[in-house]
Design a protein around this ligand. Structure first.
Ligand SMILES: *Cc1c(COP(=O)(O)O)cnc(C)c1O
Length: 395
């Protein structure tokens, strides 16, 4: 048995999404900017997809801008918010230390252009509070950007409360909702955010397509110069098959959201119950305020990388955190932001489930993880020192 438990990195495209896309490769392949019939059919598909995506998050179709994925939507949102602020002389941005690199690196770029950035610390449970945000807001704060669901540990942030605090002080609010859309209810009106990013491949749609929600009144900056596509906010021939796939996937996810959440939460609870029994392990992030599918554990005395390789050999695809940091030996910036010591953060394991996982697969994971942890601890000089009391246990 081989179990795919890395759905926070990317997901399987649903059959419905794949089938919806197919005709847009081979039959309706016109350029949506062309005036002829094939072009107009592509344009109609684009418009229908925009309406479907808007409906899924309770937005208006005029507030949806398709992008080349979650990273691009984050870049575009943050730069737009920064430019709107700069026009009023506001050049301060607030975010958090555990954002995705698409956010953190965009903020680094803005710092070089004279913006000041405050990264809020994250509480040990992996949650940012509205009080922390309120305390950091200054006269010159242009934008607050806080992720909805953390991609490494799965914790949910109180986005509606944070947006309220921002708006009381006249500050724009963006949320990276890439791990939230399609997994938990996302309603832009109820949240009252100004901008929100999403990516199709995190909810069983295709890779390389995403969307930015920007409410009416936001001056969206185009980050890709070119033609007049996306109302002049993103040059380049539209990825019609991808956009159609995204619309199909978001429709499917929102139709079954409650049932899927219940099902996936059940699988996750079984994982937490069993993996918590491993001695000197800890579940990272709040026990309750989490997305259905994602869990992250630290196991003392072992390296995340070896754990992943051995799990792969035993038929489990997992991650040590974000796909972006694997390959480097640095511990995850997310786990360090929670205040975990380096030694502990190194031994992390993220398992992220989807509605395609079965209870049998969860039992397979529950067997494989303790076996691999025991095996690696048996070979670990660090574990040996811990066992002999030459080093204090940190978990
Ligand atoms: C995956 C992810 C992104 C990046 O999305 P891409 O479509 O891969 O560019 C951004 N933010 C979060 C929280 C993510 O999980």
């Amino acid at each position: 048995m081989y179990v795919y438990a890395d759905n926070a990195a990317t997901t399987q495209v649903s059959r419905r999404a794949a089938e919806a896309m197919l005709p847009y490769f081979t039959e309706v392949y016109g350029n949506a900017s062309s005036l002829h019939t094939p072009g107009q059919r592509a344009m109609e598909a684009l418009q229908a997809a925009r309406e479907a995506v808007a409906k899924a998050i309770n937005a208006d179709h005029k507030e949806i801008y398709f992008t080349g994925g979650g990273s691009e939507a984050d870049n575009q949102a943050i730069i737009s918010g920064a430019m709107m602020g700069a026009r009023q002389g506001k050049k301060h941005i607030i975010s958090t230390a555990f954002e995705h690199h698409a956010v953190l690196h965009t903020l680094d770029k803005l710092k070089k252009q004279g913006f000041e950035v405050t990264l809020l610390p994250v509480h040990e449970n992996g949650v940012v509070t509205p009080e922390d945000v309120a305390a950091a807001i200054r006269e010159d704060t242009a934008l607050v950007t806080v992720m909805f669901v953390n991609n490494e540990i799965g914790t949910i942030q109180p986005i509606a409360d944070i947006a309220r605090v921002c708006h009381e002080k006249g500050v724009l609010m963006h949320t990276d909702a890439v791990q939230a859309v399609g997994h938990i209810p996302v309603d832009v009106k109820a949240l009252d955010v100004d901008m929100l990013s999403m990516a199709a491949h995190k909810f069983h749609g295709p890779k390389g397509v995403g969307a930015l929600y920007a409410r009416k009144g936001i001056a969206v900056v185009n980050v890709i110069e070119g033609g007049q596509q996306e109302r002049g906010k993103r040059g380049g021939t539209e990825n019609i098959p991808g956009i159609v796939g995204m619309a199909a996937a978001i429709g499917e996810a929102t139709e079954h959201l409650e049932d899927d959440m219940k099902y996936v939460t059940g699988l996750r609870e079984r994982l937490i119950e069993e993996l918590s029994k491993i001695p000197h392990s800890r579940l990272n992030g709040d026990r309750e305020k989490r997305v259905p599918g994602t869990v992250n554990f630290c196991f003392e005395g072992i390296e995340g990388e070896s754990l992943l390789l051995w799990l792969d050999a035993k038929g489990v695809a997992a991650s040590s955190g974000s796909a972006c940091t694997s390959g480097s030996l640095d511990p995850s910036h997310v786990l360090l932001a929670l205040g975990l010591p380096h030694e502990v953060a190194h031994g992390s394991l993220r398992l992220s489930l989807s509605v395609y996982n079965t209870p049998e697969e969860i039992e397979h994971i529950i067997q494989a993880v303790p076996e691999v942890v025991d095996y690696l601890r048996g070979m670990s000089p660090v574990w040996d020192e811990l066992e002999r009391g030459e080093r204090p246990h940190l978990i």
